[in-house]
Design a binder for this molecule. Structure first.
Ligand code: KG4
Ligand code: ZN
Length: 345
């Protein structure tokens, strides 16, 4: 399949949660991708505080935009369109990006496009041109808010084949980390504490092992709580972290493997913040190998929230003629977008 990207540089903006990000792409090439993280700001509260996030975006957005343009070796005059995450997310946070995008697009007379955050994650593998011919693709989206297996027939055409019935995988990492006293955000902390730990030391549940295609992680959280209470001072945090990581990775890999068997796919993609997890990357790559399909896991800075993935998906929709007006709104919740029509290549 030859994908049609906009033939001019696209400025992408992402402020849906706790990263302020701006990026410039041209075709499927990422010219710059600047991310300013608010993790330090939210750490002492153990999670993202929406009002503080919005204010921090206001402070960071102009320098981040400047840096993204400079990194791409461009000025605003060289930009062809502006793509911005407008859904789903924290509305106060989203509105900082959307207002900035509108102001820039209006000032420069550029097309404006609102992008669905999840579509951004789903299409993040497109930064690697080898992925352009890898459809249909099965994408495992794992982040702080999402755990889904998505059938991607082609960019724009999505069907959710499995989802979590309760917590997201990232939440399972974050909540377990808090119970183990490992702080926030939990995914990376668990990965680091798990290095050298024994993943078989503590038996933790793998939920819905049977026929269900879906995921469930709330039982794991309860089991970790019980473990911490039962072991008290005797608890080996390293072994517990390794056991938690193994439980989450096993569940994700098991469901992804079943979904790969259910239908013919050309590739498996691993996207979203939890895709930064080394153990998950290794296990899923092996599973793709076993199934004889390609494997795509974006570079780490394109796994956690970033504007490059927003510019890439925006570029495809812009090339297909999609535009939004100055009344573009922010939405806290939104279903995956409808397919777009690819122009004749
Ligand atoms: O995609 P993302 O940056 O933001 C959302 O849209 O949610 O994902 C954030 C999530 C957090 O739950 C964080 O703990 C998790 O990704 N995460 C990881 C790792 N790095 C980030 N989880 C496991 N292992 C990691 N190395
Ligand atoms: Zn995300």
């Amino acid at each position: 399949m030859s994908l049609a990207f906009l033939d001019r540089p696209v400025l992408g903006i992402e402020t849906s949660c706790d990263e302020t990000s701006a990026a410039v792409t041209l075709g499927s090439r990422v010219l710059s991708n600047i991310v300013s993280s608010q993790i330090d700001l939210h750490r002492k509260w153990g999670g993202v505080v929406p009002e503080m996030a919005a204010r921090a975006h206001v402070e960071a957005i102009l320098p981040v935009l400047d840096e993204a343009l400079a990194g791409a070796g461009l000025t605003l005059a060289g930009i062809g369109a502006v793509a911005v995450t407008n859904r789903p997310g924290l509305v106060g946070a989203l509105s900082v990006g959307v207002t900035s995008a509108k102001a820039l697009a209006f000032d420069r007379g550029l097309p404006l496009l609102g992008v669905h955050h999840l579509e951004g994650h789903l299409l993040s593998p497109l930064a690697d041109p080898a992925s352009h011919n890898a459809f249909p693709m099965l994408a495992l989206v794992v982040s702080g808010g999402h755990t889904e297996l998505v059938h991607v027939a082609e960019p724009g055409a999505y069907r959710i084949v499995a989802e979590t019935l309760d917590d997201a995988a990232g939440e399972a990492f974050d909540k377990s980390a808090r119970l183990l006293g490992l702080g926030y955000p939990g995914g990376r902390a668990i990965q680091e504490a798990a290095a050298g730990g024994d993943p078989k030391r503590y038996a933790l549940p793998r939920a819905l092992p049977g026929d269900s295609a879906h995921f469930s992680f709330s039982g794991l959280k309860t089991a970790v709580l019980r473990l911490v209470e039962k072991e008290a001072d005797r608890l080996s945090v390293g072994d517990a972290a390794a056991s938690v990581q193994a439980a989450i990775v096993d569940s994700l890999v098991h469901k992804a493997a079943s979904a790969l068997e259910a239908q013919p796919y050309r590739a498996l993609a691993l996207v979203g913040g939890v895709a930064a997890n080394t153990s998950l990357r290794t296990a899923l790559a092996a599973e793709a190998d076993r199934a004889g399909v390609g494997f795509f896991a974006p570079a780490l800075d394109m796994c956690t929230d970033n504007a490059a993935m927003i510019a890439l998906s925006g570029s495809l929709r812009l090339a297909a003629g999609e535009r939004h007006g100055w009344d573009l709104d922010c939405e806290a919740n939104a279903p995956l977008p409808a397919p777009f029509v690819l122009p004749e290549a």
